[in-house]
Every structure is written in C-alpha cells, then in structure tokens.
Design a protein around this ligand. Structure first.
Ligand code: SF4
Length: 381
C-alpha cells in the first residue's frame, strides 16, 4: 500500500543500489532456460543455430519456434545445406510460422554467407547487419551470443525490463533510444552473450507484461518501478492507430478427386511467392457485390463458370498492419476439370508441402468444414 501511494503521488524513488550485471548473471547461471540453440558450461555456440533461432524468434514465441527449429535443423543441419535448398522448400517448411519475408531472407542470407564468407558468419555487428534479414537487434544478438562480442540486442522484453528498472517516463516508441542506452550501459565486456540471454529470460519468464514475479526477481532491490509499486504500468506507450480493416473474397474449388485449386502469389509484396486459393484484392474499399468478378473460371482457357456457393461466416485474420475479413465462396468441380492458366489442382493430402500461410489454411479449413457438413447431410437424407 505504501508503495502504491508513492506511485500515485508521482514521488521519485531511487533504489538504494543500482542494478548490477553480475547479479543477473549469477541468476542466469542457475535459472537459464534450456533451449536447443544454447550451449551450457561455457561451450561455444554454433553461429548457424544462433542465427536460425534469432530469425525464427522475431515476433514469434519460443514455444512456437521450437518444432520449426528442430525441423529446419534436421533437414538442413548447416548453412551450406540451407543455401543449397530450393526457395519453395524453405517457404514450405516455414509455412505456419508467419512473417514470410523472414523465410525468403533466411534463404538469401544463407547463400550470401556461403558465397561471400565461405560459410562462416561475420562476427562484427556492422558486417552482420549488411546481410539480408539481419537488422539491429539480430546483428547484436548474433554478435554477442555466438561470438561473445560486447553488443546489446534490445527487443520488447528487454525494453520492458529497462523501463521498469529505471521507471522511465518517456513513452514508446520515442523511448527506444533511452532504453537501448540503459541496456548498453549495463552490458559487461565479459559474457555479453549470457547477459543478453539473461535479460531475454528475465523479460520472458519473470518481468512479464502482466503480474511480474518481482518476489523472485534478482533485481528486486534495485528496481525503481517495483519500489514505487506501479511496475505493471511500464513501459509507457503512446497510443497507436489500428490498421484499417481490409476485406476480400476467397474462392475454393474442390475437384471430385479431392484436389483443390491453388496458385502462387506474386514474387513481391505481402506473402510474396506463397501459395493461396484464388481471390480478390484485400482492400478497405472491397464491395461484396463485386466479389464474383474475381472468381476463377473453369477450364484451362477459363471458358466456363463454376457454380459458386457463398459459405456462411467469415474468415478473420490479423496481419501486423491490418485486420482482414474474407468471404469464402466454394464450388465443386468434376474430375476432368483443368486448372485455369497459372493455377494448379493439388491433392488435399499434399497441402503440407505447399507454402500456405496461416490465413490460407484458415480459408481452406473453413471451406472443408462446410463441404463435410454437406456430405453428412446428404448421407442422412
Ligand atoms: S523487480 Fe519486478 S518489475 Fe523490476 S525488473 Fe524485476 S520483475 Fe521486473
């Protein structure tokens, strides 16, 4: 209670002692999460594994990444193997992990490391940053974790810890520089990689956005926000505008030999080179009365109409910059139907090897649900 009223009164509270890197490292030595890209007992980490994990972890939770990391490592155990893979194979193995530009950059980056650096990642942050898909955070993470260089990756978790430790009133995103500086000032020259990973673990497991477990935090006594009692209110954030809702139509053609009509998206832009069912543009101005103008036509030359049925409900998906609502239309086609130009019929059993983004998996699942319901009704009659 005493602490909460301090926060309410806006009183500036300075912890008696400053947070020290050594305290966090001692905690990390006994509490580090065991993760397949990490090493123990001072062993040298494999830069390929560190890089692969850091790319997969961008905007993605550890639990989601673990099976993908295992799959990639089993299939492409080193950078040369990944560089020699075909792009479609990499996109297909990535399907479901989201943010597909990462998969394309991963592949281009593997090729660049092999071609320009003989298969060895550069150790320096600035050189790493010149590689595709490696930005400020990832270059610092690889440099510190894989090579022990004094670098400080700062992601949302670490920003939260820093903002609470020093009770930073400046609002995000403007506060980013301040928070990065605070983290850099604390980074030790020795064990910089462990310090970065310790901060990541602290942010992910103890200093969580809601209900941080301050009682077991190694920096309990040196955290300004904890002493004020309003730690959950940090980091301060400026209000951000939500992306405008976009709408569109998706067309699912199911041939009677259980094949579905698919096509490949253009090689640039959102979900580039991924697989999709045919559909309209996704736009805030989309009008449902125009939906069928975007429907594919049957036959290789697109001469005939499919008999479209609008399915009940909508498929909703949220991209980073906008939410999307798709109306799904379905049509059944006889076995001999040929795919329109630039499209293909793919067996339903082979969808796992297609680079289908999550939104398209939702569309197909939605259509199949209604197809199954129809079949069951027919059987009951
Ligand atoms: S004391 Fe609480 S708020 Fe402060 S760093 Fe630790 S977990 Fe976060």
């Amino acid at each position: 209670m005493r602490e909460t009223s301090r926060a309410r009164s806006g009183e500036r509270v300075k912890p008696e002692k400053a947070p020290e890197a050594a305290t966090l490292l001692a905690w990390y030595d006994v509490s580090a999460r065991v993760l397949p890209w990490r090493t123990r007992g001072g062993a040298k980490p494999d830069p390929y594994r560190v890089w692969l994990s850091e790319i997969m972890l961008q905007q993605t939770r550890v639990e989601t990444v673990l099976p993908y990391f295992a799959k990639f490592l089993a299939r492409w155990p080193d950078i040369e193997a990944l560089a020699n893979a075909r792009q479609e194979e990499v996109l297909s193995a990535w399907a479901g992990l989201g943010y597909y530009a990462r998969a394309r950059n991963l592949h281009v980056c593997a090729k660049a490391v092999v071609a320009e650096f003989g298969g060895h990642f550069p150790e320096d942050e600035a050189e790493l940053r010149r590689l595709p898909g490696i930005g400020a955070y990832t270059s610092a993470a690889i440099s510190a974790i894989a090579f022990g260089k004094k670098a400080t990756p700062v992601d949302g978790n670490i920003e939260r810890v820093m903002s609470r430790l020093s009770a930073v009133e400046e609002k995000l995103p403007a506060a980013r520089k301040t928070l990065a500086r605070l983290a850099a000032e604390m980074t030790p020259a020795h064990r910089a990689g462990d310090f970065a990973q310790a901060l990541m673990d602290l942010g992910a497991t103890i200093c969580t956005p809601k209900k941080p477990a301050c009682a077991i935090c190694p920096w309990l006594d040196s955290c300004a926000a904890r002493i004020r009692g309003d730690q959950e209110t940090f980091p301060r954030k400026a209000q951000k505008a939500e992306g405008k809702l976009r709408k569109g139509a998706a067309f699912v053609v199911l041939r009677e030999d259980n094949r579905i009509l698919l096509r490949t998206r253009p090689s640039a832009g959102l979900l580039a080179s991924m697989t999709e069912v045919p559909g309209s543009q996704w736009s805030a101005e989309y009008k449902e009365k125009d939906a069928l103008k975007f429907a594919p036509r049957s036959g290789a030359k697109g001469e005939g109409q499919f008999a479209w049925r609008k399915l009940p409900g909508l498929v909703r998906h949220v991209f980073t910059h906008f939410p999307l609502e798709l109306t799904v239309y379905a049509a059944a086609a006889p076995k001999q139907t040929r795919a329109p130009e630039d499209m293909r019929f793919v067996p339903l059993g082979a969808l796992d090897s297609e680079a289908l983004p999550s939104v398209m998996r939702k569309v197909i699942a939605h259509a199949l649900e209604f197809t199954d319901q129809r079949k069951q009704k027919r059987r009951r009659k």
